[in-house]
Design a protein around this ligand. Structure first.
Ligand SMILES: [Zn+2]
Length: 164
């Protein structure tokens, strides 16, 4: 398992600072992350967690497998309800808004399920298992959200038609 310090090679800028950064790309990506935080943290019941976001100015080091790119990664200390999300600026810059939101929700799901996966002490297999669970839970959440959104849009249309 790689640790955060092994993978990083760039400068880290805390989100609160990054939104006002002189670096145009860092600022642009921070301003895309901030509304996602406002949209999802409360909805996912994570308001009482400490969740810090660091914008990393470089891509993570790859380890032989260049087919996979890490967009963000989350380190969680679940007993303290404390998480640190690293956002790789050059990598997330290539994501469309939908994919950025999917990635964001996926990272939040790591926070939700990390405690369960940590039960697997010493089992080196727990990393891929947590990935799969986070992906599945994120898919379920985003599916339910879009179903609610579509329902709301239809209701609003019906109300408009009625009002005419
Ligand atoms: Zn993941």
């Amino acid at each position: 398992m790689t640790t955060r310090t092994q993978r990083m090679k760039g400068t880290l800028i805390r989100l609160e600072t990054a939104v006002g950064s002189k670096d145009k790309e860092v600022r642009k990506q921070a301003l895309r992350i901030k509304p996602l935080l406002e949209k999802w943290v409360g909805r996912l019941g994570l308001t009482h967690w400490q969740i810090k976001f660091d914008m990393c100015t470089t891509a993570p080091r790859t380890e032989g497998d260049i087919a996979w790119q890490t967009h963000m990664e989350t380190a969680t200390m679940w007993p303290y309800m404390d998480s640190l999300v690293t956002v790789y600026v050059p990598i997330v810059a290539d994501l469309c808004d939908d994919d950025l939101e999917k990635t964001f929700v996926h990272e939040m799901c790591h926070i939700l399920v990390n405690e369960m996966c940590a039960v697997d002490h010493g089992n080196d297999d727990s990393g891929p298992r947590e990935e799969r669970v986070a992906t599945q839970v994120a898919t379920a959440i985003l599916g339910a959200y879009s179903m609610g959104y579509e329902h709301g849009t239809e209701s609003a249309k019906a109300r408009k038609t009625k009002a005419k």
